[in-house]
Design a binder for this molecule. Structure first.
Ligand code: AMP
Ligand code: MN
Ligand code: MN
Ligand code: MN
Length: 278
């Protein structure tokens, strides 16, 4: 089975490396088919494609769209998209548009919790001022000594119930999937093991995802534990979904799993790339 890695980030969103450097690292790590999937943004795709072509690395244009479903944030990866599709670009621009206001509020909340100037601090870590994410706040809070590592920041400050959490309304599930499909792409439910739904709500998510034309689910991802590889392999089989594999790499020393360093998909699953040519 080829070493396929269909989920990672560059500094166009909350990764640490420029798109060309992510391509080089994927290639050096033995990735044979690679997708860049920045959050809510496709402006790194052209550079990524060019760098991949120079390396002889088959490339897939991707994106990871932030969605709100049943009061939680869900991520939908779009693969094989036409990154110039106008409706996709408009949808992504709309999805990004609330980020700055949200980031300023996160800064205000953190100031109340005793960490001043976090918005300006986070902005300094953002490669793209249009895309300030919680990851940039995490990097700032480590740099200023408030926290030990990224996990420590999230656990203590940036998740629901903690002082720096600001609820946000992202795209709807149906819109995100229709933007992806309208751009010729395949919609994949990202890292399902991260969501905190009960069984009923998770089934509702899968039903709505499929009804809207969603086709795949990440089984082998850097966000899953080995137990969850098996758990979501079963979900993929039970729901007739194509299976995907992606590291969700954000940067050296920061991500648990490096590009291309995941276990293979279980043989019994139909890969999302089953009918691709590269
Ligand atoms: P945002 O889109 O601004 O809400 O930021 C979401 C990003 O934060 C994700 O894409 C991850 O990179 C990171 N993230 C979210 N939750 C965690 C967590 N528990 N630990 C580490 N990173 C996280
Ligand atoms: Mn991220
Ligand atoms: Mn994600
Ligand atoms: Mn991701």
């Amino acid at each position: 089975m080829p070493n396929v890695d269909l989920h990672c980030h560059s500094n166009i969103s909350d990764g640490l490396l420029a798109p060309a450097a992510v391509a080089a690292r994927a290639h050096a790590n033995g990735v044979e088919v690679w997708a860049l999937t920045d959050h809510d943004e496709v402006s790194g795709v052209a550079q990524a494609r060019e760098a991949a072509a120079a390396l002889g690395l088959p490339f897939v244009a991707g994106v990871e769209i932030s969605v709100t479903f049943a009061n939680q944030t869900v991520h939908i990866v779009g693969l094989k998209i036409d990154e110039q599709n106008p409706a996709l670009l408009a949808g992504l621009a709309q999805t990004r548009s609330g980020r700055e206001r949200r980031a300023r509020k996160i800064g205000d909340e953190l100031a109340r919790a005793g960490i001043p100037d976090a918005f300006a601090g986070a902005l300094q870590f953002a490669g793209n001022p249009d895309l300030v994410s919680r990851t940039h706040f995490a990097r700032f809070m480590i740099a200023c000594g408030a926290c030990r590592d990224v996990q420590d920041v999230f656990d203590r400050y940036l998740v629901k119930g903690k002082p720096g959490f600001v609820p946000h309304q992202w795209a709807s599930l149906g819109d995100a999937i229709s933007w992806i499909r309208g751009a010729g792409g395949i919609a994949v439910l990202a890292h399902p093991g991260r969501y905190k739904y009960d069984a009923l709500a998770f089934d509702a998510l899968l039903d709505e995802f499929k009804a809207a034309g969603g086709a795949g689910i990440e089984v082998i991802t850097g966000s899953h534990t080995p137990d969850q590889y098996g758990e979501y392999a079963q979900v993929a089989r039970r729901h007739g979904l194509l299976a995907s594999r992606g590291s969700d790499f954000h940067g050296p020393g920061e991500s648990r799993i490096d590009l291309g360093r995941l276990p293979p998909l279980p043989d019994s699953l139909k890969p999302v790339w089953h009918d691709w040519e590269w």
